[in-house]
Design a protein around this ligand. Sequence first.
Ligand SMILES: NC(=O)c1ccc[n+]([C@@H]2O[C@H](COP(=O)([O-])OP(=O)(O)OC[C@H]3O[C@@H](n4cnc5c(N)ncnc54)[C@H](O)[C@@H]3O)[C@@H](O)[C@H]2O)c1
Length: 423
Amino acid sequence: MIIWRRTTLRVVLYIFIFLSGVLLCPTLFFEADKTETKIEHQTEGFKEMMVPVINNSLRKELDEANERIKALEMKLMSLESRVPKPFPNVKFLNYRTKKRILVTGGAGFVGSHLVDRLMLKGHEVIVVDNFFTGSKKNIEHWSGHENFELIHQDIVNPLFIEVDEIYHLASPASPPHYMFNPVKTVKTNTIGTINMLGLAKRVGAKILIASTSEVYGDPEVHPQPETYWGHVNPIGPRACYDEGKRVAETLSYAYAKHDKVSVRVARIFNTYGPRMHVDDGRVVSNFISQALRNKTITVYGHGNQTRSFQYVSDLIDGLIALMASNYSLPVNLGNPIEYSITEFAVIIRNLVGNNNTIGSTEAVEDDPQRRKPDISRAKKYLNWEPKVSLKQGLEHTVSYFRQELQRTAAGPSRHRSLKGNIP
Ligand SMILES: NC(=O)c1ccc[n+]([C@@H]2O[C@H](COP(=O)([O-])OP(=O)(O)OC[C@H]3O[C@@H](n4cnc5c(N)ncnc54)[C@H](O)[C@@H]3O)[C@@H](O)[C@H]2O)c1
């Protein structure tokens, strides 16, 4: 009996539990659902309230991170500048064969190419430049090299150093540059040359003077041999340069005769190549810049006047061969292939490929009508003649100008821009 009661009670208890479960669960589910919705509502509100706060703090963190990155970048740049740069491979020369060579105007167009060549040959090179038209950028790849030294000085002031050879190139070379301050141009080519010849005399160095085809003026003899005395207007706008160089030659032979200085005189004809000033007003730079800038290529006067163009590496070969030779009279260094200025404009236009129009403008005063070197002396005594074709040379030059124009479009030009535009 007792057992039956217990069993009945258990069954009743189970039924009760089952029924309360069935009745309670939906209520519980419903309540849980309500709580969840409530939480969701609360979260939305919280989100709305918090998002701007989070955004602001994220932005702040991002700004701070950017600042830190910038500071690190600056630090990295300053550290990189202290790490020794990989220099081009230079030849090893022992103390018997290694020379100490001074290049005046070594930060300029021709000078910097000469510096490269002498450095690669393993010599010690000292550049003296006042940066009137030259640029540190032209020689910065040697900065810090044990064989290289840069002296920031105007050669109108004397220089007291010990050297074996002097390449004297310091002088503005393009008409707008040398006409900018004609008196200074005369001083650089006279007083500056006296200083360099004096240095050569004192230390017993061999000296090469960079003279020019301009000593022939507007020539009446064609092509021009070194024996031709020239046709220069001594009071014209180009005289500061032409006569300055003629006096530089006179001084060289006076020191050679009177003081037994070993001199070499290079009469350089139009030279072009990378590192020319993009806006120096010379015909090569004018035409290439105009063609690349999609402008009209301007020819001065009728365009039948002629020029011959030498690539810079050919000139450097010639200068080094002349310095090494025993030949002390003037030597023409130039490319004898002659082009009319109009022909040259067409060549540049075709090479750049912008289909520019070719226009003409007023002729310039004292513009030489014909220019072509007679290079038989250089062939005979230096075994030298130009090797680089106009096409090859211009391709290198156009690609350099393209890069320079892009670089200077991004920031101000490092070159001094002078008024005037004379070929
Ligand atoms: N490039 C040519 O076609 C050409 C033709 C004939 C002769 N040259 C002669 O070759 C030499 C180099 O010409 P470039 O085309 O390289 O010219 P450039 O203007 O590029 O270089 C001349 C260098 O001399 C420096 N300089 C000028 N005056 C100076 C002074 N008083 N003191 C110290 N440095 C000074 C300039 O800053 C520059 O670095 C010049 O003597 C020039 O007369 C050049």
